[in-house]
Design a protein around this ligand. Structure first.
Ligand SMILES: [Zn+2]
Length: 340
């Protein structure tokens, strides 16, 4: 008799026996989306129904060769303030098209504007095309870079809790409270959109979201849950749960209780249909394997096809590992945005 001692082996077995109850299986897309979205909102956890005052406050503002950058804070909810950079492109007349830029597990959003962590007046080369806001300004978009909870400025301040790793304590505490870190991070994006709505210079119909890895995660969940987002470019996250989160070690911030009983990643991204999405993957990404991403994309395409929007759902594969691919992805995304 073969013995099975490994918990993950057992979990994979359970997964193989599990048919997600709200997978898209044909039929009316809107009706299916309404059901899954309602369910997903519940799974990612309870967030405040009453929004607190944003209290935006400017920390500094400076000119940049590609435009201007303002560092600010706004309040997402009581005792949870968000730091952000608002980057406005030079020689573009408002209202601005805005991309919300999200970094993954790294030292934080300073990467998005290509400056050092310790001194954000000093430029720094950023690897893997993670200088998202610079890319935005160069292409005439404004960018709102949001510091995600547990990263950068918003890292855990309690040293003993931080010992477990960047997100671990925050993610576990959120679960105990009936929340998830994914739900909290999506809520911050929602509040970022609230902040944009207070400005007179933003085209509220053309707000998108992008990010790599942990930034790709929230790009997908935010696209699925926030109706004011118009386009999305998640990078090096979209895959199948089986080949990524269930097979390769991933940070605790990736987990939503019970999600596999309900849907696959293609379904969650499918909640964004028929709005334009560019899925970015790395051919050699070993934590979100490209082969499985291809399979997941086929399932996503079926949902877009069912909305008569197959051409608004695009797949870009970069020739490398777990990173963003600006030169491959932007032309595809910009073409889709131009058709909005
Ligand atoms: Zn994490």
């Amino acid at each position: 008799m073969t013995v099975h001692f490994s918990p993950s082996e057992h979990h994979k077995h359970v997964m193989s026996q599990t048919v997600p109850s709200l997978r898209y299986d044909g039929g009316d897309v809107k009706r299916w989306q309404a059901r899954l979205r309602r369910k997903l909102r519940g799974l990612v956890g309870e967030m405040p129904t009453e929004r607190c005052a944003l209290r935006p406050s400017t920390l500094w503002q400076r000119e940049h060769p590609l435009g201007s950058i303002e560092k600010l804070t706004f309040r997402a909810e009581s005792h949870a303030d968000v730091s952000a950079y608002l980057c406005l492109p030079k020689d573009v007349a408002p209202p601005y098209k805005v991309v919300i830029c999200l970094q993954g597990h790294s030292t934080g959003m300073h990467n998005s504007i290509g400056v050092q962590l310790e001194d954000d007046t000093k430029p720094q080369a950023v690897e893997g095309d993670r200088d998202f806001a610079i890319q935005c300004m160069r292409r005439g978009f404004a960018a709102l870079c949001i510091e995600q909870r547990a990263f950068g400025d918003r890292c855990e301040q309690d040293e003993s809790l931080a010992l477990a790793g960047q997100c671990h304590s925050a993610a576990m505490q959120a679960l105990l409270l009936g929340r998830t870190l994914i739900g909290e991070r999506v809520y911050d994006v929602e509040r970022g959109i609230d902040y944009l709505a207070t400005r007179a210079d933003v085209d509220m119909k053309t707000i998108g979201v992008m990010g790599n890895s942990g930034g790709g995660t929230i790009s997908m969940f935010a696209a699925a849950l926030l109706p004011r987002l118009a386009f999305a470019m998640p990078s090096c996250y979209f895959c199948t749960f089986g080949a990524s989160i269930m097979s390769v070690h991933h940070c605790a911030c990736n987990f939503v209780p019970g999600l596999l009983k309900v849907a696959e990643m293609s379904d969650i991204m499918g909640l964004f249909a028929p709005k334009p999405v560019t899925i970015v993957a790395g051919r050699d990404d070993d934590i979100f394997p490209c082969k499985a991403t291809r399979q997941a994309f086929k399932a996503l395409r079926l949902i877009y096809n069912a909305c008569d929007a197959g051409d608004r759902c695009r797949f870009v594969v970069g020739e490398g590992g777990h990173r963003f691919y600006a030169d491959d992805a932007w032309p595809v995304m910009i073409k889709l945005i131009s058709e909005l």
